[in-house]
Design a protein around this ligand. Structure first.
Ligand code: APR
Length: 385
């Protein structure tokens, strides 16, 4: 396990294996070295674009938004000792996090593509959302280091709890109790203070055999998961695709830092590998079934129907606007002729009402409503009128 110094290797230190410390260099390495033992290590950051908040991002992270649960510390919601005392905050949150409401991201599809291309040795995830499974990555290729919602047990007698009862309880934010001993039941996600699943320890040496390591969307703050990248042998490239530099990545000559969002990073790597079309097609296939959606909402409008709707909407807006300006012209003409008629009042009413709406004294370009930004000539015409 190499020392993970905090300094980033500088450009004066050339890579020892890669041609260049970038995704093009990684793609060349994959092709030229016939890479086939890739380990992937991920965290919540690969699911944020699916709509699942991560934990520690400032403002948007889960831990910044749990005030409504009134917890001593945000992480208590996943603390086994706290859960024994008060399981309610967890079940209030579980409903929002439970699988089945989210679509995999293109980063999840990239992991599936690595598998399909025969390169994936093992995928280590800290996530409990099961989106890798939903993206089609086979279960035996995944190490769910922090468990998942896939199963649930009693925390006392360890008896399994039925899936359907669990789903019902989560949906109603109710706390389920063991059918055997009435103890508390929780999904098999690893709480702070609990041991990681045996599957993690049975596979944790695999990074030592890897010929490439890709780390995505994790702060690498929670042990023992955070120690995995350090197990990769020196001289084996490690690619970090993350909003920020974490875990001492960048300290080795063949570390590649891709600081930005995961979806953009995996698209860039796929492009360099010539896999762009397969990746997009694979991700497209993760869309919820069009059939069920059509059954609910009817067939999506055709392009022509969409265009016609847009034309109709704009026509209505223009008619309304022209109606205001011709009433305005009429009013000015009558005013100049020194005449006023009952008809003008009603037209003025329309104009006055709009002027009143936009505030007395404003020139009539404001009283035209919101189309000035759509038809600038209308805004100009009314200013000069
Ligand atoms: N693209 C790239 N990086 C992202 C994106 C994104 N779209 N969204 C978030 N990130 C980055 C954040 O900048 C941060 O570095 O992903 C990382 C997410 O870190 P955390 O919120 O700490 O999530 P994670 O690393 O999975 O947390 C580990 O902590 O609370 C426990 O059990 C929980 O498994 C979790 C563990």
């Amino acid at each position: 396990m190499g020392n993970e110094s905090s300094t980033v290797v500088d450009d004066s230190t050339p890579p020892s294996v890669l041609e260049a410390r970038n995704l093009e260099g990684v793609a060349k390495y994959i092709k030229q070295r016939s890479v086939q033992r890739v380990v992937v290590m991920v965290g919540a950051g690969i699911s944020t674009s699916a709509g699942i908040p991560d934990f520690r991002s400032p403002d948007t992270g889960l831990y910044s938004n749990l005030a409504y649960l009134d917890l001593p510390e945000p992480e208590d919601v996943f603390d086994i000792g706290f859960f024994r005392e008060n399981p309610r905050p967890f079940y209030a949150l579980a409903r929002e996090l439970a699988p089945g409401q989210f679509r995999p991201t293109i980063a999840h599809s990239f992991i599936k593509l690595l598998y399909d291309e025969g390169l994936l040795m093992k995928h280590f995830t800290q996530n409990i959302d099961c989106l890798e499974r939903l993206a089609g990555v086979p279960g035996d290729m995944i190490v769910e280091a922090h468990g998942s919602f896939a199963t649930q047990h009693c925390i006392d007698c360890k008896a399994e709890y039925p899936d359907d009862l669990m789903k019902a309880a989560v949906a109603k934010e109710e706390v389920p109790h063991c059918l055997q001993c009435q103890g508390l039941v929780k999904p098999d996600i690893v709480f702070f203070g609990e041991a990681l699943p045996a599957d993690f320890f049975e596979n944790r040496e695999l990074p030592e055999q890897a010929d490439l390591c890709i780390i995505m969307g994790t702060s690498l703050t929670v042990q023992p998961f955070a120690s995995l990248p350090g197990l990769v042998r020196e001289g084996v490239p490690r690619v970090l695709i993350n909003m920020e530099r974490v875990g001492g990545l960048g300290s080795r000559p063949d570390d590649v830092l891709v600081l930005g969002d995961c979806d953009t990073g995996v698209r860039k790597l796929a492009r360099a590998l010539g896999w762009e079309q397969q990746l997009e097609a694979m991700w497209e296939a993760t869309k919820p079934d069009q059939g069920t959606r059509e059954a609910e909402q009817g067939p999506p409008p055709t392009r022509e129907e969409q265009l016609q709707d847009e034309v109709d909407r704009l026509t209505e807006e223009v008619d309304r606007t022209l109606g205001f300006s011709s009433a305005y012209e009429e009013r000015v003409r009558r005013h100049l002729e020194g005449t006023s008629s009952q008809k003008t009042d009603s037209a003025e009413e329309t104009t006055r009402r709009t002027t009143t709406t936009t505030g007395a004294g404003q020139n009539d370009s404001e009283s035209v409503g919101g189309l000035g930004h759509v038809f600038p000539h209308l805004a100009r015409a009314n200013k000069s009128g």
